[in-house]
Design a protein around this ligand. Structure first.
Ligand code: HEM
Length: 227
């Protein structure tokens, strides 16, 4: 494996730490009086954290000039999707005991579940189309438009959290503030709006060679294309 492969493996290993921790606590009987609730909460927390981390890559890259960060965005996005999947599976399996009729009713009737479910559903096409093959198949423009859904999903995740919390809302408000900040940074300096047409065409060509989950192609040698 080359250096980049090792780094990617390192990011995946780091992403799995909270899950391993959760499993260790489950096997060690350290999940408290309501283990299912604790697992749901912890997987939900890590879903939103990794989603926001995915969205933070581009602004961080622009602020620091660390272009290599972009190579890890797809991996971080897929880690977020994995936590969302575990979170959802815990809900349908352990929490609701696979009672699908009731689950359907719950999704339709409880607004915070409706929003959480929508946020999760929006992540599915992003995970599927995060490969290089899909960037090529869709073309840079359509692929980019589709991957902007990650913002909708993150907003849905934050709203889901704000809605479900009873009492102290400090943590979800904190996540909402981070999301607004990331969106503001993105809107303030949208590269596609700022660049001349020929450079955008250049980026589309780059898009067909890279892939990620989260709104911008993986191989984006900005050092070359930025004005
Ligand atoms: C992108 C998708 C999602 C995100 C970001 C997300 C995030 C979260 C967060 C942050 C929490 C609270 C954790 C805490 O209190 O510490 C939570 C709780 C919860 N989520 Fe999600 N969630 C998502 C999708 C879903 C889906 C699809 C379902 C089920 C259909 C679901 C069901 C729940 C339930 C039942 C709780 C616990 C509610 C309670 O304790 O009253 N979530 N989620």
């Amino acid at each position: 494996m080359n250096r980049r492969g090792w780094l990617q493996a390192g990011v995946v290993a780091l992403g799995l730490v909270p899950l391993a921790w959760l499993a260790a606590d489950a096997f060690g009987d350290r999940l408290g009086a309501n283990p299912i609730e604790e697992i749901t909460h912890r997987t939900g927390d890590w879903t939103i954290r990794f989603l926001l981390a995915t969205l933070a890559v581009t602004p961080l890259r622009r602020l620091t000039g660390w272009n290599w960060l972009i190579k890890f965005r797809r991996t971080i996005g897929l880690i977020a999707f994995s936590y969302a999947t575990v979170h959802f599976l815990i809900y349908i399996g352990l929490d609701q005991g696979f009672a699908f009729a009731y689950i359907g009713e719950d999704i339709a009737k409880r607004p915070y579940i409706t929003v959480g479910f929508t946020a999760f559903v929006f992540l599915i096409p992003l995970a599927i189309t995060s490969t290089q093959g899909w960037v090529r198949r869709l073309g840079g423009k359509r692929w980019n438009a589709l991957h902007r859904l990650v913002y909708v999903s993150a907003a849905g995740g934050v709203l889901h959290y704000l809605w479900l919390v009873k009492g102290d809302q400090v943590t979800p408000v904190y996540y909402a503030a981070v999301l607004v900040l990331l969106l503001a940074l993105r809107i303030r300096r949208s590269p596609s709006a700022a660049r001349p047409v020929e450079q955008r065409v250049d980026l589309l060509a780059d898009a067909s060679r890279g892939a990620q989950i989260g709104g911008e192609p993986l191989h984006r040698p900005d050092a070359r294309v930025q004005p």
